[in-house]
Write a protein of this length. Structure first.
Length: 156
């Protein structure tokens, strides 16, 4: 089952299986709703994220990938809200220090954008390289998270 939701960064296609959310991807298609248990949970949490009320997603994921891709996606999931890591740092974190390009490819095929935050991975020189949704969306998400983090820090 699938649905398409509107977000500040563009429409997102959500797809669920019996095990959880299997896809979150950018789309140009018009929004529509289907009532699925995981779809509702994911849509609600994405809404909270864009309202600045959520920094971590806890709806179940049901994604397919190689062992390496899943290691990369697990590392991406652990990048804190509002922070970034380089492809090289992710490669080192998973014990494959020479695999920066392969990390980039795993980011490129990440089936659940935002929930597994591939937008938080940048070039080692700080450049905003590659993002399936486009650099403009990556920049928006990073600036959005930085702004939310700045607000949280000023409230402390």
């Amino acid at each position: 089952m699938k649905c398409i939701i509107e977000t500040p960064v563009g429409n997102l296609l959500l797809r669920e299986t019996a095990g959880g959310i299997s896809e979150i991807s950018f789309t140009e298609q018009k929004a529509f709703w289907n009532d699925g248990c995981f779809l509702k949970q994911a849509a609600d949490q994405l809404d909270e994220y864009f309202k600045g009320k959520r920094t971590v997603f806890d709806f179940p994921l049901d994604v397919e990938g190689t062992v390496f891709q899943k290691q990369v996606w697990d590392a991406l999931y652990r990048i804190p809200f509002g922070e970034t890591r380089s492809y090289q740092e992710i490669a080192c974190e998973i014990g494959r220090p020479k695999a920066s390009r392969a990390v980039g490819m795993a980011c490129h095929v990440n089936p659940v954008v935002i929930a597994v935050p591939c937008h938080r991975v940048i070039g080692k020189n700080g450049s905003l390289t590659g993002f399936g949704g486009g650099i403009d969306k990556k920049s928006y998400l990073l600036e959005f998270e930085k702004g939310q983090t700045d607000l949280q820090n000023s409230d402390s």
